[in-house]
Design a protein around this ligand. Structure first.
Ligand code: ADP
Ligand code: MG
Length: 321
């Protein structure tokens, strides 16, 4: 960027909302210096949100700032890691101070909730995009992998499914008509950090749902070398999502729509009691939606026990870009 770059960094990014004792050096030098506590592993993840692809131009900046952080904290949650530090690459077409102020307020509100410190980043001019790298801490051997599911394990999901997808489908028609509950699911997802921490040591596998249940569950099955049955009538749905599905005759929505940022995890029968004991610490509802089986493949059954097959999950390169 131009000479405005440094003023921009100073005004919006250099004074983080959270300061942690394990940050020896934050924003301002060529690198940040971070103290990894003895006996912890670093969990590292990165996600990019591009205007027009991951969010609609005109999205409320406060909620966008929240979401940029939320989608990365969701990945840490899916590993059972505790969020610690983030770096943020910002690409902006122009400097719009009120917009950036609102963006950073949304970002900082979520950062405070999880005691995450912004320790550095990069600021450039170009088509609007945000890339965040998040660093979390986890005890060696306790990280939740996609590869640990075993036949007989129960399959659980946090929160509710399909709400963000319903909002996304309704937006182009009449934005004002999108129910607030659905809109919030799309624009301000709750990363399930407490749940991820609480099920570490209990769940045999875990993934966060960013691209739709069908596709993301398949990742777990591929990594674990097994299959699964999901009972459609058990899927947790907000009333607004259920109403959308009925109105649009769209039973596949909770399976194929992305952006839910819920956790999908498996629990062996020997750990069921431990899970029940932890329910108060999870920070959200969890619902048992099916089970892992040895027969490969993903099977969806309705309340009559009839098998139903949904379409494909979201894939950035599946369509013509
Ligand atoms: P360099 O040229 O050494 O990469 P920069 O001029 O890009 O340094 O950044 C100066 C300082 O400001 C660095 O410490 C960098 O981490 C921080 N910084 C730049 N952009 C951001 C941002 N968007 N968020 C947080 N910190 C940032
Ligand atoms: Mg730089």
């Amino acid at each position: 960027m131009t000479s405005g770059e440094f003023a921009l960094i100073d005004n919006f990014f250099a004074s983080p909302a959270v300061t942690r004792a394990d940050v020896s050096l934050g924003c301002g030098d060529d690198c940040a210096l971070l103290d990894i506590p003895p006996g912890k592993q670093l969990a590292v993840t990165m996600d990019t949100l591009v205007a027009g692809r991951h969010f609609l131009p005109g999205t409320d900046p406060w909620r966008l700032g929240w979401k940029v952080l939320a989608v990365n904290l969701s990945d840490l949650a899916a590993m059972g890691a505790e969020p610690a530090w983030v770096t943020l690459a910002v690409t902006l077409p122009a400097i719009d101070e009120p917009w950036l102020d609102a963006f950073m307020q949304g970002f900082s509100t979520l950062a405070r909730q999880h005691a995450v410190q912004l320790v550095g980043g990069d600021t450039t001019r170009g088509p609007m995009a945000f890339t965040l790298q998040a660093h979390g801490l986890v005890e060696p051997g306790r990280a939740l992998l996609r590869s640990g599911a075993k036949p007989g394990d129960a399959l659980y999901v946090t929160g509710s499914l399909g709400g963000a997808g319903a909002a996304l489908k309704l937006m182009p028609d009449d934005e004002a008509e999108v129910p607030d509950a659905l809109r919030k699911r799309l624009e301000q997802p709750e990363p399930r950090v407490e749940t991820g921490r609480a099920i570490a040591g209990i769940a045999s596998s875990c993934i966060d749902l960013s691209d739709g249940l069908a596709g993301d569950l398949q990742h777990v099955l591929d990594a674990s070398g097994c299959g699964a049955v999901v009972e459609l009538e058990r899927l947790p749905l907000l009333p607004e999502t259920r109403a959308f599905m009925q109105r649009h005759d769209d039973w596949q929505l909770p399976l194929t729509a992305g952006d839910d940022y819920e956790l999908l995890f498996t629990v062996p029968s020997l750990k069921q009691q431990a899970l029940q004991a932890r329910l108060p610490e999870l920070g959200c509802e969890v619902t048992r939606i099916g089970r892992i089986e040895s027969e490969p493949g993903l099977r969806f059954v309705d309340e009559a026990g009839i098998m139903r097959q949904p379409g494909h999950a979201w894939d950035h390169f599946a369509d013509e870009d």
